[in-house]
Design a protein around this ligand. Structure first.
Ligand code: PMV
Length: 338
């Protein structure tokens, strides 16, 4: 097993865990119905710190956050209360994995404080918490932020890392080599609910042309995964565009997404919405050397740009809270472009 897939070791409080955000390159929505998907962990992070209560004046209430409540019920039940501190560079409800990263980091540190856990088990627990809180969805996001790098779901490529089941459907998660490209993400500033979008798509796919659309979504995602494997930038750009057209067809685009995708056309090889859509974010593969231009185009069109690279490391402990005050990327020259 590769070193980035090391287990989470046993450790004592106080503890902090870091998890990357993610963006979906191909196959969102159809993955919920068993289709292939390609997801990249990205270098924007969520950090969760945990200590015994009373050790500082600062506390965070757990109850109002559905993910933290679920994680506590499932993996901290019967134990003394925890003070949790969350620091995030991932915008919320933006399709960039903030909830998956929060689930993975929280479950990682609860697992560490109760004897440690394997990485497949961390992936399963993080999904259980996210799915329990959201009610719908696939393990694509949580497996991505637990594995780091690029992962493919339900595609016969690369080494199998683990599989995750919701009791009905089972998803296989495999490693895909990262070609090392820089990507540009644009947040529309329109927050939305993943669960609402997933339910709307399920209704849309129930119409007579639903099976054909699902077949096309699967085919395009597989072509996209193949093009990434071949490091074929032109091919990837084409399949990004085709995937977006299908996502528009199933009703999850948004005028702000269309505006940002249109804005990057002169400097990008391809672009699409990423995540659940209906607002949220878009993803562009910039032409080589045009990363900053692409980010500027997004900003000029009213979006929030992030120049991102694939983060090879999944959720992991980051030592004691005393040393964990800042996140990778806090350097203003690193990551976000305003
Ligand atoms: O939460 P988001 O915006 O990253 O969407 C996740 C991708 C979906 O396929 C729409 C849902 C899922 O759980 O796979």
């Amino acid at each position: 097993m590769s070193p980035v897939l090391d287990p989470v070791p046993a450790a004592n409080l106080p503890l902090a865990a870091l998890a990357p955000g993610k963006c979906i390159l191909f196959g969102e929505h159809s993955v919920v119905h068993g289709g292939p998907e390609l997801v990249a962990a990205i270098d924007l992070y969520v950090q969760v710190g945990a200590r015994a209560p009373g050790s500082t004046g600062a506390t965070t209430a757990v109850a109002p956050n559905p993910y933290l409540r679920r994680a506590t019920e499932r993996f901290w039940s019967g134990r003394p209360p925890l003070d949790l501190t969350i620091t995030s560079r991932v915008p919320r409800s933006a399709g960039l994995g903030s909830s998956a990263a929060l689930c993975a980091a929280t479950v990682a540190l609860m697992g560490a404080a109760t004897g440690g856990l394997s990485r497949p088990e961390l992936a399963r627990r993080a999904f259980e918490v996210e799915r329990g809180a959201q009610g719908v969805g696939s393990p694509g996001d949580t497996s991505s932020v637990v594995a780091g790098g690029l992962v493919a779901l339900n595609a016969e490529v690369g080494e199998e890392l683990w599989s995750v089941s919701d009791g009905g459907r089972e998803w296989s998660v495999r490693r895909v080599a990262d070609p090392g490209w820089t990507w540009v993400v644009g947040y529309t500033r329109v927050p939305r609910s993943t669960a609402d979008a997933v339910r709307a798509v399920a209704t849309r796919l129930g119409r007579p042309d639903g099976p054909d659309l699902l077949r096309e979504l699967r085919r395009v995602a597989l072509e996209g995964i193949r093009a990434v494997g071949q490091e074929d930038r032109t091919g990837v750009g084409r399949w990004l565009g085709e995937n977006h057209a299908l996502l528009r067809e199933i009703g999850v685009s948004h005028p702000r997404l269309e505006a940002l995708i249109e804005a990057v056309r002169p400097s990008a090889v391809g672009a699409k919405l990423t995540g659940a859509g209906a607002g949220g974010s878009m993803l562009a593969l910039p032409q080589t050397g045009k990363e900053v231009e692409t980010a500027r185009r997004i900003a000029s069109a009213g979006g929030v740009p992030y120049v991102v690279r694939v983060e090879p490391r999944g959720a992991h402990l980051v030592g004691s809270l005393a040393t964990a005050g800042s996140l990778p990327g806090d350097d203003p020259d690193d990551g976000a472009v305003g």
